[in-house]
Structure formats: C-alpha cells, structure tokens
Design a protein around this ligand. Structure first.
Ligand code: HEC
Length: 187
C-alpha cells in the first residue's frame, strides 16, 4: 500500500515538473513580436533598403515604407558597363538600377492598399524562401539587391517572428513603383 502511494507521489511530481517546463518554454506572442523587431532592426537590417533616407539619416515617418512614390528613380544605361558601373542607387538608398532593370524597396508596413496588409504569413515566408514574387514560383524572381538567398536560410520561427512584428508597425500609405525592365518599362 505504502509503495503505491510512493509511486503515485513520484508520478504527480514528474507531471508537475513537465508542465512547469512546458509552460516556461512556450513563447508568448509578445516575446515573438520582440524577437521579430530584434531581427528586423538589429540583425537582418531590413530598413537599410526599405526605410528611405531623408538626407543623411532615415526618414522617421517612412519606417519600412519603401521607396517614396514621389521620388525619381535611377535609370541604368548599358554603356555604363564600359566604366565598370553596375549599380545606381537613388539618394534615398531605396531604388536600384542595374543590368537587371530597376527595383524599388517595397512597402513592408501593414497598409492594406500599398503595403503587406493583404498578404498572408504563408505568402511572406514563401517569398523569402523561394525568391519569387509573393512566394509563387510562377511569378517573376524578386530583383536584386533584396538578399532572398540569405534570408531563405532563416528558420521558420525567425521568419514567423519577423512577420508577426511587421503586422504591428505603423501602416504608411506609399504606393511603390513596380519593378522596371532594362528599357524602363513595367515588367
Ligand atoms: C539590400 C537591400 C534590401 C534589404 C536589406 C532588404 N530588402 Fe526586401 N527588398 C529589396 C528590394 C529592392 C525589393 C524589391 C524587389 C522586387 O520587387 O523584385 C525588396 C522586396 C521585398 C519584399 C517583396 C517580395 C515580393 O514577393 O515581391 C519583401 C516581403 C521584403 N523585401 C522583405 C524584406 C525583409 C523582411 C527584409 C529584412 C529581413 C528585407 N526585405 C531586407 C531590398 C532589400
């Protein structure tokens, strides 16, 4: 009889310890968003291209809002190759032109019309993983200099955290130009 009590006690203790550790290791949504912010701002430097500069520093009103719609874009010319020039960059450091055409850092804020508001987590993760527009392999490839080859190696947990954080930032209305081909026309 005493033995049974002892086994019962040990079992309860064991279950208690498992539950306590389980609860501790489950990250709260807050922690996930914080981690996403850390990855975006400190590790992956998404704002380096997606937050346009106003002069020498970032434009604080345009955090991750992409190349400003009212600013001109650089236009590459193949004759520049003779001078070893392969990339032109707009003064905001958010539009890029080269032998691939012209690309514009997109609006990563959750604005419904001009940002990622209508995107799903799956579209976001697949676009980072496959390097194809909106994560659909039938779509065009994402243009340079978006470093998809590197971000594709992030863990699911990290990409999910980035997505969770992007959903929380201030929506900014900014209609970024579609990519242009080498003749300066929309793709
Ligand atoms: C070196 C510059 C650079 C950095 C750093 C950068 N991006 Fe980009 N990103 C771009 C450019 C340019 C485009 C537009 C490419 C295009 O439209 O084909 C883009 C496009 C995107 C797109 C749209 C992809 C699609 O399917 O059309 C997403 C989403 C995105 N970036 C997220 C991020 C995130 C998140 C980070 C940080 C983890 C990041 N970017 C860092 C330059 C950059």
């Amino acid at each position: 009889m005493h033995r049974n009590f002892f086994i019962f006690g040990v079992t309860i203790l064991f279950i208690g310890v498992v539950i306590a550790f389980g609860i501790q290791s489950v990250e709260s949504q807050d922690d996930i968003v914080k981690r996403g912010k850390y990855l975006v701002d400190a590790v992956a430097a998404c704002g380096h291209c997606h937050t346009p500069r106003a002069g020498a520093d970032y434009d604080p009103d345009m955090y991750l809002a992409g190349h400003p719609a009212d600013k001109q874009n650089p236009q590459y010319n193949f004759s520049m190759m003779q001078h070893n020039i392969f990339l032109l960059v707009s003064p905001q450091l958010s539009a890029f032109s080269g032998p691939f055409g012209t690309s514009f850092a997109t609006n990563l804020t959750p604005d419904n019309e001009t940002g990622l508001g209508e995107w799903t987590e799956k579209m976001f993760i697949e676009s980072m993983r496959t390097g194809h527009h909106q994560g659909n392999k039938a779509n065009r490839k994402i243009f340079p200099p978006m470093p998809t080859k590197h971000y594709a190696k992030m863990t699911d947990a990290d990409l999910k955290a980035i997505w969770a954080y992007l959903k929380t930032i201030k929506p900014v209305k900014n209609e970024v130009s579609p990519v242009l081909n080498t003749r300066g026309r929309p793709y």
